[in-house]
Design a protein around this ligand. Structure first.
Ligand code: COA
Length: 410
């Protein structure tokens, strides 16, 4: 069933913009927001005066001194004067929080066109400030000293996963030929895949095809950050922004065909770690079920997915949460080649957070923009043949705030 049948309206992505991701010393949070907003509105065929509402996804949490950023996009045009603008915060899923708020405004009929922006400027702050800010998304670690930062939290997830599904447990497949190093090799393969894919993404922070051997091996150039996660198992610290215009209908003069939202899901989990199974991402699973259910498709109905690989272990567990494999068998998706660019469900052909970069508040909107490019045949070197329907999944914290969208070509 379409959104039109369920809610009486379609929600279309009519225009989008994306900055380069990386250490952008010449850009400010404001310049990034204005740049991608201008691009998105221009491409949509609408004018700034047609925008009824603005949502900005940004985490901040101490990385930027300015703590009140909702109005920054208004700098783009005096025609944006008095447009209601709100910042959304849901940790690393702040961008998708903005997206889904925008969707609800269009569905509620309170806005015809919503400008959704995701932005983050992380590299101005020192590594200690960034580490402390990101740990603000952990119930247990917020405000506490840590030498391993957020990587340490996902390292614990990886340890639990290996303990439960490691060597010798039926079905785990962690020790198949070519993967004798168990979980470490699987994670290294995921890193190598996403770094390879990132080579084709002009917006990506890292254009480095490290290869499997490098990503699987601890070395001076690839040190252990938090056992068992090496540097190549982590997303980098990034600046960047992306924006999309959500509309009830298209405008003449748009740069591309629009993309239709087919379904969306959001689920938050309990915050304290002892209330969650670290190996499952149970609420992520629910967000997938909600989005796919609303779209009326199964996982087999997707041509690609962009998922939240903040750390390689997150992408591995995602294969299970999205229903690609049963729990504990996510490694099969790598070993059998399903998630590669030529596989049955290419995952993170953009390079993912791993290679594209992870300016945390920007990520969810970036994923939607990349998916929209795929669905309109405008993804350049990243383009997949016959991409008609794809999904986007974005996560805040360790499986806490979870968002999935299903998008399709019109
Ligand atoms: N993956 C691969 N290479 C990376 C990298 C990453 N994530 N981060 C940095 N590098 C490379 C740099 O390009 C540089 O290469 P060069 O020496 O060939 O020029 C080298 O590693 C050193 O860069 P530097 O910035 O000094 O690395 P670092 O050790 O200070 O930081 C991490 C690396 C992984 C610790 C840091 O990127 C990090 O903390 N990432 C996680 C961020 C996070 O928690 N985000 C929220 C997720 S929920």
């Amino acid at each position: 069933m379409s959104l039109k049948e369920q809610f009486g309206k379609d929600v279309l992505l009519t225009g989008w913009g994306h900055s380069k991701f990386g250490k952008l010393t010449d850009e400010t949070l404001e310049s990034l927001i204005v740049q991608v907003s201008a691009e998105a509105i221009r491409n949509s065929g609408f004018e700034p005066r047609d925008i009824d509402e603005i949502y900005l996804g940004q985490f901040n949490s101490g990385m930027q001194p300015l703590g009140f950023t909702s109005s920054l996009a208004l700098q783009l045009s005096e025609d944006l004067a008095n447009v209601p603008a709100t910042r959304t915060e849901n940790a690393c899923a702040s961008g998708s929080a903005a997206f889904q708020q925008g969707v609800k405004s269009v569905l509620a009929g309170t806005a015809r066109n919503v400008l959704v922006i995701g932005a983050e400027k992380m590299t101005n702050a020192g590594a200690d400030v960034v580490g402390a800010a990101l740990l603000g998304a952990s119930y247990e670690m917020a405000g506490k000293a840590s030498t391993t930062g957020f990587t340490g939290l996902f390292a614990e997830v990886a340890k639990h996963y290996e303990k439960r599904y490691g060597a010798g447990i039926h079905g785990s497949g962690l020790e198949r030929p070519g993967f004798a190093g168990g979980l470490g090799d699987i994670l290294g393969s995921i890193a190598a895949k996403n770094h390879r894919n990132g080579m084709d993404n002009p917006y990506a922070q890292m254009h480095r095809d490290f290869g499997e051997e490098f990503c699987r091996t601890v070395s001076e150039k690839n040190p252990m950050v938090a056992e068992p996660l090496r540097r190549t198992d982590c997303s980098p610290v990034s600046d960047g922004a992306a924006a999309v215009v959500l509309s009830r209908g298209p405008a003449s003069g748009a740069a591309t065909e629009p993309v239709r939202l087919a379904g969306f899901g959001h689920a938050n989990d309990f915050f304290p770690a002892e209330l969650r199974d670290p190996t499952e991402f149970a609420a992520t699973r629910v967000s997938w079920r909600r989005a796919l259910g609303m779209a009326g498709v199964g996982i087999d109905g997707l041509d690609f997915a962009e998922v939240h690989d903040c750390f390689t272990i997150a992408e591995l567990i995602m294969y299970e949460a999205m229903g690609l494999t049963p729990r504990g068998e996510g490694s099969r998706a790598v070993q059998e080649g399903w998630v590669y660019k030529d596989g049955k469900l290419p995952i993170n052909v953009s390079g993912g957070l791993k290679a594209k970069g992870h300016p945390v508040g920007a990520t969810g909107v970036s994923q939607h923009v990349i998916a929209a490019m795929q669905l309109t045949g405008t993804a350049g070197a990243m383009q997949l043949p016959n991409a008609r329907r794809g999904a986007v999944q974005n996560m805040g914290g360790v499986g806490i705030a979870n968002y999935v969208s299903v998008l399709e070509s019109v």
